[in-house]
Design a protein around this ligand. Structure first.
Ligand code: IFM
Length: 476
């Protein structure tokens, strides 16, 4: 992280605020849960996203997305692969729905590819693209699985990027138009909607660091990517509310406690500043109708009168995507003075290199309860990867079961402490195309043979199946 636009002056301002707030680097303490039983109405599900699984990029009038453009340069993707095939789910969607139903999972969170619905980013919707999502929703419903549609999981139509992408306020209006088309076509059968997926990741990795599409390395692009996504979300929620009776509408964020590397006070200041962009920059506008200072400064003159009334829409739930905390340090070599730090020495890591720290999930859930009005919460993503590499998937994936068990214990603890967590979606159903990591990182509870597309359930699939049936979390 070299370019987060936190100037020396802003850094001094957030330093003062952080010290005044007396931020704790470790957060709320988590107790072991007293009971290992989830209630019968707890929602068990799994999650995927369009670009990672669908393939069929040229089918039925789909337009190009920024990821088609980004992965056209193989050097950008770890194994030089691209999203042309994904998991072939555009053809195999019914098989996927059957796998979900067979695992006793009653909820499927998938994303709709914006460029399938509005290939040129604006104008009339593409009926064939919408038909595909009708078929997918019906395949789920017929098997007793409730569809949850995410509208924007990072695959912006390239036509909109060509007009400035999120730097252009118009993109927010186009997101609302797209939401309206989805509502008109699918609102009779899809009632659960998530407008944005992990907007912080898209803003920072896509616009500042450049590891994700659209591949920009431009600190000045951050403000537009934050604010216009939030604005578009507000406008899209208005469309969905107006058009879909009985809609349950939420948002999904990559919420991560931002912790300082080590004990140095300057790292605490840097982590507090980063938290205000990464977490606060998306939570506050929708739930509080305001931006934390550092985010507001990054947005500058793009924030127009009335915008915060639009971003602050009533939501029925907040979706929490949690994998691990972020460590942050002061980095004098970076123009922003903020850099990614390392977790404490010896802390457990998953095969993916991410720190394993379920207390970060507990802390996040409690923070939402305490600081953000106690919203209804769903864990909309949680999971871990196989070890990196081109090798076959690990079918006997005890490491994944251990990871899931620990995080579900954190969910039980947070529920006992009063957080209103109503469901859990495992990321992900099938090993899929993990963005810039290509196929080198596998998150599925089902393996996929890349040559044939054949799916093979892993040990974690059987484990989730039993858990979803009984709601009883086994002990290690
Ligand atoms: O695969 C991604 C997903 O698209 C967004 N959340 C994190 C997952 C694992 O890295």
């Amino acid at each position: 992280m070299t370019d987060i636009p936190l100037t020396r002056r802003r850094f001094a301002a957030v330093s003062a605020a952080a010290l005044a707030a007396g931020c704790s680097p470790k957060g709320t303490a988590m107790k072991a849960p007293a009971s290992r039983q989830f209630p019968p109405d707890f929602a068990w599900g799994t999650a995927t996203s369009a670009y990672q699984i669908e393939g069929a990029r040229d089918a039925d009038g789909r337009g190009k997305s920024i990821w088609d453009t980004f992965d056209a340069d193989p050097a950008r993707i770890r194994d030089r692969s691209n999203g042309a095939i994904g998991c072939d789910s555009y053809r195999r969607y019914a098989e996927d729905a059957q796998l979900i139903a067979d695992a006793n999972l009653k909820h499927y969170r998938f994303s709709i590819a914006w460029p399938r619905v509005v290939p040129d980013g604006a104008g009339a919707p593409n009926a064939k693209g919408l038909d595909y999502y009708r078929r997918l929703a019906d395949a789920s419903l017929e098997r007793g699985v409730t569809p949850w549609a995410t509208l924007f999981h990072w695959d912006l139509p390239q036509a909109l990027q060509d007009r400035g992408g999120w730097a252009n306020r118009e993109t927010a209006l186009r997101l609302a138009d797209y939401a309206g088309h989805v509502a008109d076509a699918l609102g009779d059968r899809v009632k659960h909607f998530i407008v944005l997926n992990e907007a912080a990741v898209h803003a920072v990795l896509g616009h500042v660091i450049g590891d994700h599409a659209p591949g920009l390395k431009d600190a000045a692009a951050l403000g537009g990517a934050i604010h216009h996504q939030n604005l578009g979300q507000g406008l899209a929620i208005q469309q969905l509310r107006a058009k879909v009776s009985g809609a349950r509408i939420g948002t999904t964020m990559a919420l991560q406690p931002c912790r300082p590397e080590g004990d140095a006070p300057q790292n605490l200041i840097a982590s507090t500043a980063f938290d205000a962009l990464w977490n606060g920059g998306f939570l506050d506008p929708v739930l509080k109708g305001a931006y934390p200072k550092p985010a507001e400064e990054a947005i500058g003159s793009l924030l127009l009168p009335g915008d915060l009334d639009i971003t602050k829409q009533p939501v029925d739930f907040v979706g929490v995507n949690y994998y691990s905390p972020i460590y942050v340090k002061l980095d004098l070599n970076s123009p922003a003075r903020i850099g990614f730090g390392r977790p404490p020495k010896g802390s457990p890591r998953d095969a993916f290199g991410r720190e394993i720290d379920p207390s970060g999930l507990f802390e996040t859930l409690m923070r939402l309860k305490t600081d953000y009005g106690d919203p209804l919460l769903y864990i909309t993503e949680n999971g871990c990867s196989d070890p990196f590499g081109d090798g076959p998937a690990v079918i006997d994936d005890g490491f994944r079961i251990a990871y899931l068990r620990q995080h579900l214990e954190a969910v039980l603890s947070a529920r006992e402490a009063g957080a209103r967590v109503a469901g859990y979606f495992h990321w992900s159903l099938v090993d899929n195309w993990e963005w810039a990591l290509g196929y080198t990182s596998k998150f599925g509870c089902v393996a996929m043979d890349r040559a044939t597309g054949v799916r093979t359930p892993k040990a974690s699939y059987a484990w989730l199946k039993q858990l979803a049936l009984t709601g009883a979390l086994d002990a290690a």
